[in-house]
Design a protein around this ligand. Sequence first.
Ligand code: HEC
Length: 143
Amino acid sequence: MSSEELLRSFSWICRIAAALFLAWLLLSRVASAEPTPGTGVVPTAADRAEAREVYESTCVTCHGANGAGDGLGAAGLPTKPANFTDAAWQKTVSDDEIARAIVGGGAVVRRSPLMPANPALASKPGVVAALREMVRGFAKPQS
Ligand code: HEC
C-alpha cells in the first residue's frame, strides 16, 4: 500500500467515524427531547383508580402492598426492589426518574433491568402520574 493509498483510506475512516458520531449525537438529542410521560400531569380520579388496579395486579408482586419492597416475587430477586417507605430513598429519586422507570423499566434509569418496563403506560400519562403519586405516598406515615 502506497502512502497515498494509506492516507486515502485513513481519510475515509475519519469520515465514517465523523458520520457515526453525528448520527449518535442526533439520536441522543432526539431521545432526550422526548418528554417523560406523566410529568406535570394532574391525574384524574379515573387515572388514580386505574393506577391502583395496575399496582395491585402488577407492581405488588415485587414492591409489596405497602411499597416496602417485600412482595412475594422480591425474595428471589438479586437486586431488591426499592423500599418506597424509606424517606432517605425518596430523596434519591426525582419525579422524572420514577416516571421513566415505570414506563421504560429499571434499565432506562440505570437501575436493575429486573424492574420491568410497562410500555402500555406510555400512552397513559395520567396513570403514570397517579402511580408516581402512589410511590411517593407510601413514604408518608400511615395512619
Ligand atoms: C419483577 C419485579 C418488579 C415488578 C413487577 C415491578 N418492579 Fe419496580 N422495581 C423492581 C426492582 C428490582 C427495582 C429496583 C431497581 C434497582 O434499584 O436497581 C424496582 C424499582 C422501582 C422504582 C425505583 C426506580 C429508581 O429509579 O430507583 C420504581 C419507581 C418502581 N420500581 C415502580 C414500579 C411500579 C409502579 C411497578 C408496577 C407498574 C413496578 N415497579 C413493578 C422490581 C419490580
